[in-house]
Design a protein around this ligand. Structure first.
Ligand code: COA
Length: 260
């Protein structure tokens, strides 16, 4: 693996953990972090030994406290647009072919919340907090927040969070469906890695098809989505993993999926 200035990337069996490593700046996303995040994902995409990715923040205070506000000063509209539309970390996460789990250990604000929203699952510590406080800076979410948050929690709650900039705790985030699970801070890592490892045992081909099919639901109408689902379902039938899964069930043993 390449080494990065603002990230740590490590393997835990079939799970790769990307840690955004700027704790002194509450892991705020500067240009370098965005670029390195996208580059790390490109590397992990090609690595068949990695089946699930976990993204988290260094230290015990923040997952990611948003875009690096220091970089906003003096930036023009055009250069800001380039940052957002260039090699976008959010798009890299969204289109990554393997499941990505956000392990949210603290402040998950602005671009941090948008990063978590682009992930497939969000697992939070009971000390985590969430919000889209951009409105307080005279701007709005620009990393997918207005779209992904709305699709995930509905227009009413998304509008409330985005218009007020209010920060909510992990339990509230769980109640509105923004996070999947909440654990005591001391158990967050072990529980998240347990979950990621459990998913990593499934067929990588089926995981990929499942992710694509579920994502299609909010991006197409029902008829298109159902057609896409059938195509992806049928594609699974071309895999050795499907034969292994069915045979293992009939032989009453655990399947050993190879990703073929
Ligand atoms: N961008 C740049 N720097 C940030 C940052 C961000 N989004 N969030 C925190 N930092 C920096 C602070 O400027 C401070 O740097 P300094 O030590 O050089 O002064 C350092 O991180 C620690 O932040 P601090 O505010 O002292 O920590 P805290 O634990 O008391 O509060 C937050 C944490 C996250 C509540 C607070 O930093 C904050 O509100 N950050 C901005 C959140 C935001 O608006 N995000 C959306 C951006 S679009």
């Amino acid at each position: 693996m390449a080494s990065y200035e603002t990230l740590l990337v490590e393997r835990r069996g079939r799970v790769a953990v990307i840690t955004i490593n700027r704790p002194e700046k509450r892991n705020a996303l500067n240009i370098k972090t965005r670029e390195e995040g996208a580059a790390a994902l490109e590397e992990l995409r090609e690595d068949d030994a990695v089946r699930v990715v976990v993204i988290t923040g260094a230290g015990d205070k923040a997952f990611v406290a948003g875009a690096d506000i220091g970089e906003f000063k003096g930036r023009t509209a055009v250069s800001q647009r380039d940052v957002m539309t260039g090699r976008s970390l959010f798009t890299a996460v969204d289109t990554f072919p393997k499941p990505i789990v956000a392990m949210v250990n603290g402040f998950c604000l602005g671009g941090g919340c948008e990063l978590a929203l682009a992930c497939d699952l969000r697992i939070a510590s009971d000390r985590a907090s969430f919000g889209q406080p951009e409105i307080n800076l005279g701007i709005i979410p620009g990393g997918g927040g207005t779209q992904r948050l709305t699709r995930l929690v509905g227009e009413g709650k998304a509008m409330e969070l985005i218009l007020t900039g209010d920060i909510i705790d992990a339990q509230t985030a769980f109640q509105i469906g923004l996070v999947n699970m909440v654990f005591p801070a001391a158990e967050l890592e072990i529980k998240t890695l347990e979950l990621a490892s459990r998913i990593a045992e499934k067929s990588p081909i089926a995981l990929r098809m499942a992710k694509e099919a579920v994502k299609t639901a909010s991006r197409s109408n029902l008829d298109e989505g159902l057609r896409r689902e059938v195509d992806l379902f049928a594609l699974c039938f071309s895999s050795e993993d499907k034969d292994e899964g069915v045979t293992a069930f009939l032989e009453k043993r655990k399947p050993e999926f190879k990703g073929r």
